[in-house]
Design a protein around this ligand. Structure first.
Ligand code: TRP
Length: 333
């Protein structure tokens, strides 16, 4: 038995929507990189999921695919020690989705909070059949590789809970005492809240994000545009670092400087302009190695394609065994 056999199977995914930013890097991708060492990790390009809200613009989903994977690799996700795969290229996922849809009550899907929430936020054009089924498709992503642990943010826990119920129902109906499908456990990673330039959560859709792909000049300009403590109008005014998004970002970029900056901000010795220019420099230094690696992968699209193709082939081997088990249990075989 190889050592990988005893490592837990971790599975997670991301929709290729483009514009990966500092929040993705410090919140998610650095953790994904560590899973490469500690687990048997599967990372999915959830391109079908991207169509649930982005079906009107297929080209941007296509364009985001390789770019997103290039950022994953640049952030330290190691394709030698993990499996990166493309959702739409694993037809077993869609097959499982159809089979599980037969036993999934519509009311369970309607109850998932993101369903109504996203329709309210994005409008009726997202109220498709596929969008309703989003959490079921997500379960299929996980179940198709027998994923045991799923590192996700808080907003995804309801999807996992739903998925676990579907698995229990399947095993109850067809398992004859066996767990044909694995109940996935969310690994609630306290994803660091990374604020953007307006103090809200950093997000491409809020237009407040520092992108991994930004150049250094753009980064510096964006840092200058960050809000700070609204009560600190000029250098000399005592500041409140705990309300300042620039201060919050310092913690990721250079934790050693945090105490000193907090003290000098409070006393008034440090002004926001000086702090921002120091921070922009440090942030660019922090991002430089990632950006350099990103450029290497961008210059070699064939390598990125190969990594995705190899990972997808490995995934399909497991997926076809799972489909066979599911079909046997459902008396389709
Ligand atoms: N729904 C996830 C998100 O928006 C992305 C995703 C798709 C996913 N399939 C997954 C996450 C499977 C974990 C496991 O962030």
């Amino acid at each position: 038995m190889t050592t990988t056999a005893v490592k837990p199977r971790v599975m997670s995914g991301m929709r290729p929507t483009g514009g990966l930013h500092l929040g993705h890097l410090v919140g998610v991708l650095t953790q994904w990189a560590t899973y490469c060492d500690t687990s048997d990790a599967y990372f999915e390009i959830a391109d079908l999921h991207a169509y649930t809200t982005g079906y009107e613009d297929p080209q941007s989903i296509r364009d985001a695919r390789n770019e997103m994977v290039a950022v994953w690799l640049a952030a330290g996700v190691d394709p030698q020690k993990s499996t990166i795969f493309l959702q739409s290229a694993v037809p077993e996922i869609a097959e499982l989705h159809t089979m599980l849809s037969m036993i999934t009550p519509v009311s369970w899907l309607e109850r998932v909070p993101t369903y109504k929430g996203q329709i309210d936020a994005l409008g009726q054009h997202v109220a498709t059949y596929g969008f309703l089924g989003y959490p079921l498709l997500q379960l299929c992503d996980i179940a198709i590789v027998r994923g045991e642990r799923v590192p996700v943010g808080r907003d995804q826990v309801a999807h996992l809970e739903f998925g676990r119920e579907v698995v229990r129902r399947f095993n109850f109906l067809y398992g004859e005492g066996n767990d044909v499908l694995v109940e996935p456990q969310p690994t609630l990673t306290e994803f660091a809240e990374v604020p953007g330039s307006d103090g809200r959560k950093m997000s491409k859709s809020y237009n407040n994000a520092i992108l991994i792909a930004d150049d250094e000049e753009t980064t510096t300009k964006k840092v200058r545009g960050f809000i700070t403590d609204p009560q600190k109008l000029r250098k000399g005014d005592p500041g409140h670092p705990e309300v300042c998004p620039v201060f919050a970002l310092w913690k990721f970029v250079n934790p050693l400087k945090v105490d000193g900056i907090a003290a000098e901000c409070r006393s008034g010795a440090l002004g926001c302009v000086a702090d921002k220019s120091d921070f922009a420099e440090q942030l660019n230094a922090y991002l430089r190695p990632v950006r350099e690696r990103l450029n290497v992968y961008r210059d070699d699209p064939a390598q990125v394609e190969r990594i995705i193709a190899e990972g997808t082939a490995r995934t399909r081997e497991i997926a076809s065994a799972v489909i066979a088990d599911v079909k046997r249990a459902m008396r389709l075989l």
